[in-house]
Write a protein that binds this ligand. Structure first.
Ligand code: TRP
Length: 344
């Protein structure tokens, strides 16, 4: 390699899309531990599909996690690492997306503070997400959670935010804050919109929504054997006690998973379950094979990434750099709009 080649600036990390990308997406997740297949099928696969059409910012929102983990933030570092590994293993491409940690871009905190002036306390206390938890969590930080989320989104002037229905009010609030800022000072912000995509229903082993907090989940990083064990313990139609009993796949969380992981579930699983020909034990074994097969490439990439923590932390450092550039750009406009650009 010649000196000129060695000193040539590294290729720009900014995405070079095939078709021009027009709009920006900001997506965020709290680093609360390794992800499960509900997160994978419900969110990550969607993000991976979106990264070719949009400018993507994928943010690990550690300050949001701090609202609950404030007493012991020592786990955040490992959780952030595992989350980045899950994202990359699932196919998030750091060439196409800025993958970064929220607290590494301090502008999130600055915009949060400015937005906090534009919203009343009763508007925040009325939000169901606050009302439901305020008995356990009544800190000032938790009250401001949706304001910080609005800052995450508006800081990049994101047009779209891929979220589940439970986040609808938060995105509405972000759009409202953007509108309020624009009306009070000068137009700086895009009013973001939620991007609800059709996501498959995924239930856990106990037939409730799959969630780490219920302990009914299938972790992405489970081994084939662990996955088999979890599936063996899965709830099935209680009327189907043994092979031969007719089952009702529509009421069975195992069948919901077959619909995702078994290519011809409708013709190959549902009919023999209904007639009783297919027993639950065999049905679960088939699912185990298909689910493990589908996750194998992700799990293999995971194993490789975990061996190279420096590579993962480097992705996060580069992502934060790119995010910071965009954020500082938007904040300069905020300062000008508010006549708080004192040196200019
Ligand atoms: N509140 C979101 C959740 O619990 C996490 C989040 C924080 C987020 N900031 C965001 C989601 C910005 C989308 C965009 O799922």
């Amino acid at each position: 390699m010649t000196v000129a080649e060695k000193t040539k600036p590294a290729p720009s990390p900014s995405p070079a899309p095939a078709a021009p990308k027009k709009e920006t997406i900001l997506s965020g997740m709290q680093p609360t531990g390794a992800l499960h297949i509900g997160n994978l099928e419900g969110a990550l696969r969607n993000w991976v599909a979106l990264q070719d059409q949009y400018w993507m910012y994928c943010c690990i929102v550690d300050w949001h996690a701090l609202t609950a983990e404030w007493e012991d933030p020592s786990r955040l570092k490992e959780n952030i690492f595992q989350m980045a590994v899950d994202w990359l293993a699932a196919g998030i491409d750091p060439e196409k997306c800025a993958v970064f940690v929220q607290s590494e871009v301090k502008e999130h905190a600055e915009l949060h503070l400015i937005f906090s002036m534009l919203i009343t306390v009763p508007t925040l206390t009325r939000l169901p997400t606050y009302a439901e938890k305020k008995d356990q969590l009544d800190s000032y930080g938790f009250l401001g959670y949706p304001v910080l989320q609005a800052a995450d989104i508006c800081l990049y002037n994101a047009h779209k935010v891929p979220v589940g229905k439970d986040q609808e009010k938060h995105i509405w609030l972000a759009a409202d804050l953007a509108k309020r800022f624009n009306a009070t000072y000068k137009k700086v912000f895009v009013e973001p919109e939620a991007l609800f995509t059709k996501i498959p229903l995924i239930l856990g082993a106990d037939n409730r929504k799959m969630s780490k907090s219920y302990g009914n989940h299938i972790p992405i990083d489970a081994t084939d054997k662990q996955t088999e064990k979890i599936l063996k313990g899965y709830y099935t139609d209680p009327a189907k006690l043994r092979k031969g009993d007719p089952g009702n796949p529509e009421k069975c969380p195992v069948y919901l998973l077959h619909q995702i992981y078994t290519p011809h579930a409708k013709t190959e699983i549902a009919p023999p379950c209904k007639t009783g020909e297919l027993g639950c034990v065999d049905c679960k074994l088939k699912l185990t094979a298909n689910l493990n097969g589908a996750l194998a490439p992700i799990r293999e990439r995971r194993v490789e990434l975990v061996k190279k923590p420096d590579v993962v932390w480097d992705v996060l450092a580069t992502g934060a750099q790119r995010a910071r550039q965009r954020a500082q750009n938007v904040m300069a406009k905020v300062h000008t709009a508010m006549k708080m650009d004192y040196r200019n």
